[in-house]
Design a protein around this ligand. Structure first.
Ligand code: VGL
Ligand code: ZN
Length: 223
C-alpha cells in the first residue's frame, strides 16, 4: 500500500482572523501555532489556499439590493450561469479577501516558507466557491482550481485539512477531497467555525462521505 499524505491549510487570511478581519472567525488567529506545527511535519505535499475574490463577487452583501442584503443573514438563490435550471441557495457576507487587499493576505505568522503551492479560489464573480477544488455546481461545474490536478500528479493518497472556516471552506474542501478519491482527514483543533453550532451537522456530513476528524497528535498523522 502506498501512502503519500498532503496537508492543505485552508484560507488562513487576514479577513478571516481577529482583530481586524471583515469576516473574522472567533479564535481564527489562535490556531496558527498548531498549523505551524503541522507544517513542520514531513508531509511530502503542503498547500495553502486563499479565498481570492473580485470586488463584484456574488457573495458580497454590498453587491445586492435591500432588503435581502444583510451580511451573515441574507441568503440568495443563484443560478448556474451555464445552466439556469441548476440553482444554489447561498449566504451573503461582508466584502472579504478582495484581490490585492491586505485582508486577502495569508497571516504573516503562518510559516508559508514551508508550503509548496498556494491555490487561489473564488475568482469567478458569478459563483460562490467554498471548496478549494471547485464551485458547488455540478451540471456543469463552473469554476475549478488546479488543486485536484496538483494532488493527483503528485500521487497523493491521503489529504489532511486544517484552517478556516470549519463550517465553510474547510468543510467543503474536505468533502470534495473525499469525493475526489483521497482518504480525507480534518485536524479538529486546527480549525475554527463561523458558527460553532453548525458543527454537529458538519460531522454528520463527514461521516456520510467518510471524512474523519482527528487530533494533531493522532498516529494517523505523518511524523
Ligand atoms: C469562507 C465564507 C466566505 C471560508 C470563504 O474560507 O470559510 N467563508 N468565503
Ligand atoms: Zn469568500
Amino acid at each position: 500500500m502506498t501512502f503519500k499524505p498532503a496537508l492543505i491549510i485552508v484560507d488562513v487570511q487576514e479577513d478571516f482572523c481577529p482583530p481586524n478581519g471583515s469576516l473574522a472567525v472567533a479564535g481564527g488567529r489562535d490556531i496558527v501555532p498548531t498549523l505551524n506545527e503541522l507544517l513542520a511535519l514531513p508531509f511530502p505535499v503542503k498547500i495553502a489556499t486563499k479565498d481570492f475574490h473580485p470586488q463584484d463577487h456574488i457573495s458580497f452583501a454590498s453587491n445586492h439590493e435591500p432588503p435581502n442584503n444583510k451580511p451573515f443573514e441574507s441568503t440568495i438563490t443563484i443560478e448556474n450561469p451555464l445552466n439556469p435550471s441548476e440553482t444554489q441557495e447561498t449566504r451573503l457576507w461582508p466584502d472579504h479577501c478582495v484581490q490585492g487587499t491586505k485582508g486577502s493576505e495569508l497571516v504573516p505568522e503562518l510559516d508559508v516558507s514551508l508550503v509548496h503551492a498556494i491555490v487561489e479560489k473564488g475568482q469567478d464573480k458569478r459563483v460562490e466557491m467554498y471548496s478549494a477544488f471547485a464551485d458547488p455546481f455540478k451540471n456543469p461545474c463552473v469554476s475549478k482550481s488546479n488543486l485536484a490536478k496538483i494532488l493527483h500528479d503528485e500521487g497523493v493518497t491521503d489529504v489532511y485539512v486544517a484552517g478556516l472556516a470549519a463550517d465553510y471552506c474547510v468543510r467543503y474542501t474536505a468533502i470534495d477531497s473525499s469525493n475526489e478519491g483521497f482518504k480525507t482527514w480534518v485536524v479538529g483543533e486546527a480549525t475554527k467555525a463561523v458558527d460553532p453550532s453548525a458543527m454537529d451537522q458538519v460531522h454528520e456530513e463527514y461521516s456520510k462521505v467518510g471524512v474523519k476528524v482527528i487530533s494533531k497528535d493522532a498516529q494517523e498523522i505523518e511524523k
